[in-house]
Design a protein around this ligand. Structure first.
Ligand code: PLP
Length: 561
């Protein structure tokens, strides 16, 4: 068996997880062997139906569904639509009968955006004209129960998540329920349980919750499968009508591969022994937090660990932008997220942290590190070593103070890539100010028409042949020096690379006195900065400039074994 270098450490489980091997096997079986339509009455259909029934039975026991209804759907976003549509249709009917209903659609200020956006959408579409009202949270990210008490008499629907996706903060569902009961509100109650599945005990039918929704891909099932719980007696309007599948609650031939896979995950949860306990996970989080504190002096955690899922860490580092942190972690093969995955491309401050009253620099510079209950000891140990490596790289790049810095150490070994990076231009100065602006732009060359992008994109699969055909070609890494220092994968193409951060390209070119004779292949993390570099060179008249399309993300090996 080949020994594989552990290149990727996946710490973004709140965005999505890998798929449990037993779930993959169940999905394959549902496609290869048990491929019947569960609505068919012949043997093949009956076998598929048994898989469907088995998965529902597991979910029913595990979530304490009782006499409530539990349907499979495509995921949490669909569950939110269905629940909101159901509640709003019921409110419209109640109104048309002259019954008093509240006029507020109350949602937690830190809800996933799918909630307020669905409320806004269906409220407008159904012409209800209810008012959306964000329920504030306190400094720990928990719903303000006094505010809820004041709003409850006017609430038509209350939406609160069980645990937050950015911070892992666990809501006080019992406290919310007590307020709803005390105030005798007629409001319906929707709970987004996406991040709670498998991490918090849920006995749904024992609560007042009307709608609870789940998503398979946050807990080792594939994307595109989810569940919606509807309390016995809670109003329901199907979002999708048709063949009457799922007892008419959600039509359309079932996603049997997804259901079989989710069923395998639910069975593993029920059986026990597959996923780690809360205490073990809290121990993992403590080790990651200790490593982060050492590597990133001044780090601030944006949530109280005691009130959060043990699998989430959300932090900010004074003086270091989230873009720089993301880039250095990515270079080290540690996959994390800035704020929530959906806003990872935008530099906007996290609305979740802003709602908690976190200062702006922390809300805009936050990084989320999240793992799942399947994470093993070796992954945590490797992650801690990589965190130390990132701290050292940031210090070497001038983004963190050198004082009191621990020695760089990485169990994965010294980066072959880093060693293969030749020094940048002698005049290169990589001060903190320049470092804070990764992806620095280049001055516009004097050339007239900008060259077409496609002509200069080099597909990763074509790199080896290109380098063979052009033995004199030079590979140029245009990432920041701290990214280069943190990198654990070899340079693409198996040839030493020169490190020239994008912003330093003009100065470096000056050394060539405008006479670049050899083909230049630029690369970076994703292909954006290298494309700018190639455009710049071509704009200057050097037609032998290329950008490695998709960057290291597509050129480097992905997951380790
Ligand atoms: N709610 C929360 C708390 C989430 O984290 C997510 C996923 O990002 C969703 C809802 C949407 O889930 P899905 O991808 O299944 O539509």
């Amino acid at each position: 068996m080949l020994a594989t270098l552990r290149t990727e450490i996946y710490l973004d489980s709140n965005a999505t997880t890998s798929v449990l091997p037993a779930a993959i096997a169940a999905a394959v079986d549902a496609m290869a062997q048990c491929f019947g339509n569960p609505s068919s009455s012949h043997g093949a259909g009956l076998r598929a139906k048994a898989v469907l029934d088995g998965a529902r039975a597991s979910a029913t026991r595990l979530l304490g569904v009782g006499s409530g209804r539990l349907m499979f759907n495509s995921g949490a976003t669909e569950g939110i639509q269905t629940a909101v549509l159901s509640a709003l249709c019921a409110l419209r009917e109640r109104r048309s009968r002259g019954e008093a209903t509240g006029d507020l659609l109350v949602y937690g200020a830190t809800e996933h955006k799918a909630v307020p956006q669905s409320l806004e959408h269906w409220n407008r579409l159904l012409g209800l004209n209810l008012t959306l009202h964000a329920l504030p949270v306190d400094g720990e990210g928990r719903h303000d129960l006094a505010a809820l008490r004041a709003l409850a008499p006017r609430a038509a629907l209350v939406c609160t998540m069980a645990a937050n996706n950015e911070t892992g903060v666990i809501s006080d569902l019992a406290g919310i329920e007590a307020v709803l009961t005390e105030t005798a509100t007629t409001a319906y109650w929707l709970v987004d349980c996406v991040q709670a599945l498998g991490k918090l005990p849920l006995e749904l039918a024992r609560t007042r919750i009307d709608y609870a929704l789940f998503s398979g891909h946050k807990l080792y099932a594939p994307k595109g499968i989810g569940m919606l719980y509807v309390r016995d007696g809670a109003p329901f309007t199907p979002l999708i009508m048709g063949g009457g599948q799922e007892a008419g609650l959600r039509s359309g031939t079932e996603n049997m591969a997804g259901i079989a896979a989710l069923g395998a995950v639910l069975a593993a949860l029920e059986r026990g022994g597959t996923f780690r306990s809360h205490a073990e996970l809290a121990g993992f989080r403590a080790r990651l937090a200790d490593s982060l504190r050492i590597a990133l002096p001044g780090i601030v955690f944006n949530h109280a660990f005691a009130a959060s899922l043990p699998t989430t860490l959300n932090f900010s580092v004074p003086g270091v932008a989230s873009r720089a942190l993301m880039d250095v972690f990515d270079a080290a093969g540690v996959r994390v997220s800035s704020g929530s995955a959906c806003s990872a491309k935008a530099a906007a401050p996290s609305y979740v942290l802003a709602a908690m009253g976190v200062p702006d620099w922390r809300a805009s510079g936050a990084i989320r590190m999240s793992f799942g209950p399947l994470t093993d000891e070796a992954t945590i140990a490797a992650a801690c070593a990589r965190i130390a490596r990132c701290g050292a790289a940031l210090r070497s790049g001038g983004l963190l103070p050198l004082d009191g810095a621990p020695a760089a150490h990485d169990g994965a070994g010294v980066s072959r890539h880093a060693l293969s990076c030749e020094a940048a231009a002698p005049a290169a100065h990589h001060g903190a100010e320049a470092s804070q602006q990764p992806g620095a732009t280049l001055p516009a060359p004097d050339a007239s028409a900008p060259p077409a992008d496609d002509a200069m994109r080099l597909a990763p699969a074509a790199l080896t042949a290109f380098l063979q055909a052009h033995p004199d070609a030079r590979l140029i890494d245009v990432r920041e020096l701290y990214e280069c220092a943190a990198t654990v994968t070899p340079a693409p193409g198996g040839r030493p690379a020169i490190s020239v951060p994008l912003g330093q390209l003009p100065g470096w070119l000056a050394q060539w006195r405008g006479k670049v004779q050899v083909p230049l292949v630029f690369y970076c993390r994703s292909g954006n900065r290298s494309l700018k570099a190639a455009q710049y060179l071509r704009g200057l008249g050097h037609q032998q400039a290329w950008s490695l399309d998709g960057g290291l993300a597509l050129a480097s090996p992905a997951m380790d074994a």
